[in-house]
Structures are given as C-alpha cells and as structure tokens.
Design a protein around this ligand. Structure first.
Ligand SMILES: CC(C)(COP(=O)(O)OP(=O)(O)OC[C@H]1O[C@@H](n2cnc3c(N)ncnc32)[C@H](O)[C@@H]1OP(=O)(O)O)[C@@H](O)C(=O)NCCC(=O)NCCS
Length: 174
C-alpha cells in the first residue's frame, strides 16, 4: 500500500484529501455519479450502472484504502476521487483515474487541482511514471480543467462509450 502524506496535502487552502468510506457519504457520492454520468453520456444513469460503480469503488477501497478519497473543507465533503492501477503488459503498470468530482458550489477553488496533486503523489509512491483517464467529448469544462492541470490528449486511446459518446483519453506524466 503506498504511503501518502495526507496531512502535508492540507496546506493553507484548508482542503484535506483523505480516505473515504463511500457508505458514510452515500448521498454525496450518488449525486456525484448522477451529475458526472449526465455530463459524460448526456443521459440519466441507470440504477444497475450506478450500483456497479459503487460496488467497484467499494472493492477499490478494500484493495487500497488510499485509492478512494474525499476532499474535505472543515469536515464537509466537497470532492471525490477513485484511483486504480492498470497494466499494459505484465511488467508495465500505470495509474488510472476512475473518478474525479467536485461539488458545483465548490468548483473553481482549486479542489480539483488538489485531487490531481494527491493522484500524482499516490501513483509516484507506487513507482509509476504516468496516469490516464477518459472523459466525454462534450464535457468541455472538464477537458479545459484537465489541460490546465497538466494532462495531455492521447487520441489513440479514445473509445466510443455509452450512447455513442466518444471518450477522450488524456494522460499525465509524473
Ligand atoms: C472537472 C472538475 C473536477 C474540476 O474541479 P474544480 O475544483 O472546479 O477545478 P479547479 O478549481 O482546481 O480548477 C483548476 C483550473 O482548471 C481550469 N478549469 C476548471 N474548471 C473550468 C471550467 N469550467 N472552464 C474552464 N476552465 C476550467 C481553470 O484553469 C482552473 O483554474 P482557475 O479557476 O484559476 O481559472 C469539476 O468541474 C467537476 O467535478 N466537474 C463535474 C464532474 C466531472 O465532469 N468529472 C470528470 C469526469 S471525467
């Protein structure tokens, strides 16, 4: 399990990134999935899809407590991230961002950048050189965020997802 210095990520911003049991903040997590799904796939998330997402996140938490985190300001949850490890070949692992989310009223205050910094520390501690994600082609503000945070486009990794939406692959070099 990688060591991540949670206290040092607090800094002066008052934003604390720490491991999260999603069942303690389930309303927030469910709302996050509803909004993110709609922004990505332009339709409402189905119950079965949502349940699968929650099951996957719970499993990620069990395999590594530090891979499922919340962003907190004065004990209020304001953001969420789910980090995973993937392999290209047996000996080549890289990081994968399964989920990034910041509550609407807390956007543009640097919470998203804190989640990215946390991810960099997390994957670096695992010895990885890169982490990636996919985001929906219509989610323009999120694409702007990723480019601003230091991600770059990897068009060969694009995929067609639900509802025929093109999911754009982006990568971050550690
Ligand atoms: C994407 C998201 C996580 C960004 O979180 P955030 O806390 O608002 O991001 P930050 O405040 O750290 O933004 C950092 C920089 O990114 C860029 N950025 C962020 N949001 C932007 C927007 N809506 N439009 C253009 N640029 C944006 C800006 O350069 C910003 O710096 P600035 O505010 O000083 O101009 C948040 O908007 C979100 O949760 N969106 C909905 C869910 C979602 O789509 N998740 C990703 C699924 S793949």
């Amino acid at each position: 399990m990688p060591y991540v210095d949670i206290e040092s990520s607090k800094e002066k911003s008052g934003i604390l990134i720490k491991p999260l049991n999603i069942d303690d903040r389930l309303d927030f997590i469910v709302a996050a999935h509803h909004e993110t799904f709609r922004l990505t796939f332009l339709s409402d998330i189905e119950d079965e899809f949502l349940e699968n997402e929650l099951t996957r996140t719970r499993a990620d938490s069990v395999s590594d407590n530090n891979s499922v985190v919340g962003a907190f300001i004065e004990n209020e949850i304001v953001g969420h991230a789910v980090l995973e490890t993937r392999s290209r070949k047996v000996d080549e692992q890289f990081g994968w961002i399964h989920f990034y989310y910041v509550a609407p009223q807390f956007r543009r205050h640097g919470v998203g950048l804190k989640l990215v910094s946390y991810s960099t520390e997390y994957f670096k501690a695992l010895g990885m050189k890169e982490y990636c994600l996919r985001t929906g082609e219509h989610n323009e503000s999120t694409i702007a965020f990723y480019l601003s945070a230091g991600f770059y486009r990897v068009p060969e990794g694009d995929e067609t997802g639900l509802n025929g939406v093109k999911e754009l692959m982006m990568s971050f070099d550690i």
